[in-house]
Design a protein around this ligand. Structure first.
Ligand SMILES: *Cc1c(COP(=O)(O)O)cnc(C)c1O
Length: 237
């Protein structure tokens, strides 16, 4: 028996998948190359049950503490992604609970992750967060600071740096959003082309696109979209 919450979420997921498929077809991409992370930071526990009933298993939280709590409460097969800021003193616990950290926003944090990974015999998967809005209040590497840090990033071979993550600058203009996503894709292409001494960093993932702009992100090459609000439309928050 499927709950009415799960039914509504299934409808929302259907709409989202259709939108992703259409964006892929416009861009000549395969929809299987776009992974959906269901963001649960504002979701009630029964909504999360609904997502799991619908077969979703990759969930995203923005706070390390809530991720840890929910990882303990929900079934083990769920993969938890951390989307929000990670303090250095929470790295150890977070690596134990999260399968992918999208929000590595400084070389200092990456170095800390590497140290803990060596210490605990882990191989954590991370994305580097890029501030694509020139907004000093936002976290993340700028393209310039990441280029400068790149040789060092490539030396940290214990951490699996899978790609880049960004949030588009707030804008009503789809062209501004598209330009921000395009510039992240181009940054990844440029970084991949830099010859490095040690283990090449593949940087294959681009985590970009939220409820309000995922269509544009998919057209621009996103391989991971992070959706919250749009999955819960029609449910009482
Ligand atoms: C909350 C959040 C999302 C999801 O946002 P929605 O607008 O609810 O789709 C995606 N990415 C990050 C980093 C977030 O904090």
């Amino acid at each position: 028996m499927i709950s009415s919450t799960a039914k509504r979420i299934a409808e929302n997921l259907g709409r989202v998948r259709a939108t992703i498929a259409e964006a892929c077809s416009r861009a000549g991409r395969d929809p299987l190359d776009v992974q959906l992370v269901c963001v649960t930071k504002y979701a009630r526990p029964e909504w999360i049950d609904g997502l799991l009933e619908c077969g979703e298993s990759v969930l995203g939280e923005s706070r390390p503490q809530q991720l840890e709590q929910r990882a303990a409460e929900f079934p083990d097969h769920v993969q938890w992604h951390l989307l929000g800021q990670l303090q250095r003193n929470k790295v150890r616990r977070t690596l134990a609970a999260a399968s992918l950290v999208h929000s590595v926003d400084s070389l200092r944090l990456l170095e800390r992750i590497e140290t803990i990974a060596i210490d605990e015999g882990r191989r954590p998967a991370v994305l580097l967060q890029i501030n694509s809005s020139d907004d000093a209040g936002r976290n993340g590497f700028t393209p310039q600071t990441l280029r400068a840090a790149w040789p060092r990033v490539c030396e940290l071979t214990r951490t699996d740096v899978r790609g880049l993550m960004t949030m588009a600058p707030p804008s009503e203009d789809p062209l501004v959003t598209r330009a921000a996503f395009d510039s992240i894709r181009e940054l990844a292409v440029d970084l991949r082309a830099i010859p490095v001494e040690e283990g090449a960093v593949a940087l294959q993932e681009l985590s970009m696109g939220m409820s309000n702009d995922y269509e544009i992100a998919v057209e621009a090459g996103a391989t991971i979209v992070r959706l919250g609000r749009t999955l819960y439309e029609g449910l009482d928050g």
